[in-house]
Design a protein around this ligand. Structure first.
Ligand SMILES: NC(=O)c1ccc[n+]([C@@H]2O[C@H](COP(=O)([O-])OP(=O)(O)OC[C@H]3O[C@@H](n4cnc5c(N)ncnc54)[C@H](OP(=O)(O)O)[C@@H]3O)[C@@H](O)[C@H]2O)c1
Length: 270
């Protein structure tokens, strides 16, 4: 990449997206131009971020250098969006904003940033370990060269799924909210182990390893989820006793409803 890359809000998720790009020399540190709001975050980044990127405070005159970048990743919290004031150096230049904000529609973004072309990218927390999933919806004016470049940014830390904006809410629910559900399931299963006499640490380790193994089995073989369930459920055995409890507590429908509730909340936001 030969040009600058701007980041408006260099917090946890922005770092998870940008650091692998720097590690792989996809971009040089001096091409990265970031904005943060507080002096504390500014000082922390200057003192401890391992790459010498350009970092500025949002209210400094140098913030214009970040807004000048042809492609910017917008990664403030949704509630911080109101505070931002678009700066457009050259109104004829087609600069692009790639928003990773949960639940903020392209329509809202285009109203907020009328001098930019906008893109939405919904990514999830496993990008911290480069196992993320990113759903992308392109605004109408994004050309193929920019699309390729933007996909490369996210490909370093995630798998990319391009889709119409209508699907982004359910994508977000399944990929960004569901890690919390999985964490809850892991915690609850390990409490089961604890109730059965194991210590919590061992119990949690066993649950995580069991889940990793189960996922690999599903991914690396042709065994489907129903088949796997049948394989470990013998008549009158231990597994059917466990599954019957979940059935009686409406576990399956609770999970389905939880995904739709997150989808509905995301729709409300946008
Ligand atoms: N957490 C998730 O699972 C997840 C997953 C995917 C996407 N997202 C989305 O990612 C976005 C960022 O989340 P995060 O967890 O990375 O938040 P974060 O760590 O709080 O980062 C937000 C950044 O924005 C900066 N900022 C705030 N107001 C600003 C302003 N007016 N001008 C310039 N910079 C400003 C903050 O600076 P200060 O530190 O100085 O305040 C901070 O660097 C959110 O919109 C969220 O929806 C989150």
């Amino acid at each position: 990449m030969s040009d600058k890359l701007g980041i408006i809000g260099f917090g946890n998720i922005a770092k998870a997206i940008i650091t692998p790009l720097l590690e792989k020399n996809f971009i040089n540190p001096d091409q990265v131009y970031c904005l943060v709001k507080s002096r504390k975050s500014f000082d922390n980044l200057i003192n401890s971020y391992p790459y010498k990127i350009n970092i500025f405070l949002a209210n400094s005159t140098e913030s214009k250098l970040v807004w000048d970048s042809p492609i910017k990743i917008l990664s403030v919290k949704p509630q911080q969006l109101e505070d931002l004031i678009e700066i457009s150096a050259n109104k004829n230049q087609s600069n692009t904003i790639v928003s990773i904000l949960a639940g903020v529609s392209l329509n809202k973004l285009e109203k907020k940033f009328p001098n930019h072309n906008c893109v939405r990218a919904v990514t999830n927390i496993p990008i911290l370990v480069r196992q993320g999933l990113t759903g992308i919806t392109w605004g109408s004016k994004i050309d193929d060269v920019k699309k390729i470049f933007i996909k490369k940014i996210f490909q370093n830390s995630s798998k990319i799924y391009e889709m119409p904006e209508d699907y982004l809410d359910i994508f977000l629910s399944l990929t960004s909210s569901a890690p919390a559900i999985v964490a809850l399931i892991i915690d609850s299963l390990s409490d089961g182990g604890l109730s059965g006499g194991l210590n919590k640490k061992l119990s949690e380790e066993l649950v995580i390893e069991m889940i990793l193994g189960t996922i690999l089995l599903l991914k690396e073989t042709n065994i489907g989820t129903s088949e796997l369930r049948n394989m470990v459920t013998s008549p009158g055995g231990t597994t059917i006793s466990a599954l019957n409890v979940l059935e009686n507590k409406s576990f399956r429908s609770a999970l389905i409803e939880s995904i739709l509730a997150a989808r509905n909340k995301s729709k409300e936001f946008s």
